[in-house]
Ligand binder design. Structure first.
Ligand code: B4P
Length: 191
């Protein structure tokens, strides 16, 4: 099974590239951001709780997100593989993902990190905020907080996978299709 983590700061293009990767390699997509937003749209208890964190650009508590992923992996055990998009975002989530996959005799194949510098991230998110309706894209101070949270809490995850020889950086700036080709080259080497 090909189990990929698409990683990078907010606005790096994880969601954009994940759509293309799942289509080409016929993998199941897990976007914790999308799952949380659909819970929010359905006004579930989980969604309303998550909203308090998301609107401020903070991370939703680990136990909430880990539970969501666990349930979805269990429902998709016949898949060719998974693309985790926006997960793991903390060391605790990375350890939980390893545990969860190991129990099923699986493991993360590789962490693909989309590298984009700060000003480009802010530009993309402000742009998306004009019509996305996402509260966390509307305000530059919330966008800046998301980037800071990424640097503080999420970046250590890179080192975790680097130690396991599973770290694959890719330049996330340029044409979407060009970046996708570079990601495919990395995946084809892993396989
Ligand atoms: P996410 O939904 O994961 O959102 P994100 O980090 O903003 O990245 P996204 O994937 O949407 O953006 P993309 O780079 O594709 O998380 C939202 C919130 O949910 C978090 O802040 C947190 O509160 C919560 N959450 C989610 N997962 C969690 C977890 N595991 N633990 C705790 N909390 C969690 O694209 C951005 C924009 O750039 C788009 O408009 C796109 O069109 C554009 N773009 C993409 N590629 C481009 C390119 N090459 N050139 C120019 N523009 C490009």
């Amino acid at each position: 099974m090909l189990n990929l983590v698409l990683f990078g700061p907010p606005g790096a293009g994880k969601g954009t590239q994940a759509e293309k990767v799942i289509k080409k390699y016929e993998l199941v997509h897990f976007s914790t951001g999308d799952i949380l937003r659909s819970e929010l749209a359905a006004k579930t208890e989980l969604g309303l709780e998550a909203k308090k964190f998301m609107d401020k650009g903070e991370l939703v508590p680990d136990e909430v997100v880990i539970g969501m992923i666990d349930a979805k992996v269990k429902r998709n055990m016949d898949a060719k593989g998974f693309v985790f998009d926006g997960f793991p975002r903390t060391i605790e989530q990375a350890k939980a993902l390893d545990e969860l996959l190991n129990k099923k005799g699986l493991e993360v194949t590789g962490l693909i990190v989309l590298e984009v510098e700060h000003d480009e991230l802010v530009k993309r998110l402000v742009n998306r905020g004009k019509d996305s309706g996402r509260e966390d894209d509307k305000d530059v101070s919330i966008i800046e907080n998301r980037i800071q949270v990424y640097n503080r809490k999420t970046m250590p995850v890179v080192e975790y996978y680097e130690k396991a020889n599973k770290y694959y950086p890719v330049n996330g700036v340029g044409e979407i299709d060009e970046i996708f080709q570079n990601i495919c080259a990395v995946i084809d080497k892993m396989k």
